[in-house]
Design a protein around this ligand. Sequence first.
Ligand code: PNS
Length: 155
Amino acid sequence: MKVLIPGSFDPPTNGHIDVINRCSKIFNNVLVGVVINPSKKSLFSKEDRKLMLEEIFKKNSNVEIDSFEGLLVDFAEQKKVNAIVKGLRAITDFDYEFQMAQLNSTLASFETIFIPSSPEYGYLSSSMVKEIYSYGGDVSSLVPKEVLNRMKNER
Ligand code: PNS
């Protein structure tokens, strides 16, 4: 079974990495799809986000990284995935994710599978990482070293 994990990944956090790693143990193939979410302020370009994820998962042979523009379901169709996987942190994610899952299943015949975040990452989001970083705070426990190195270069 091949699944697609879509997201902004701006930047990828330890929470994202955990979800992708856990999925790579459950599913035969995991495709990570990086997309720009216009409702969020960008720190990294789509290309940089893809490069960081490629670096992080270079030793994981069943994880592939790609990026897309436009509708998620169109990309899922093009890549012939069996389902979409989303990580859920808390009830606050549920409302929005449930709405998207139902809309996506209306647009095309893709199931969305939800996987709970590990408890230690339940509080973590890219937006929080960006905020802490913008005030000069220490994000070294929140993102992998590949991301931390690039964040340092951005300063
Ligand atoms: O990491 P994010 O920003 O929470 O991910 C949200 C994302 C990118 C998965 C969502 O915005 C998305 O699917 N964007 C692609 C455009 C699309 O298909 N929109 C309709 C969703 S019902």
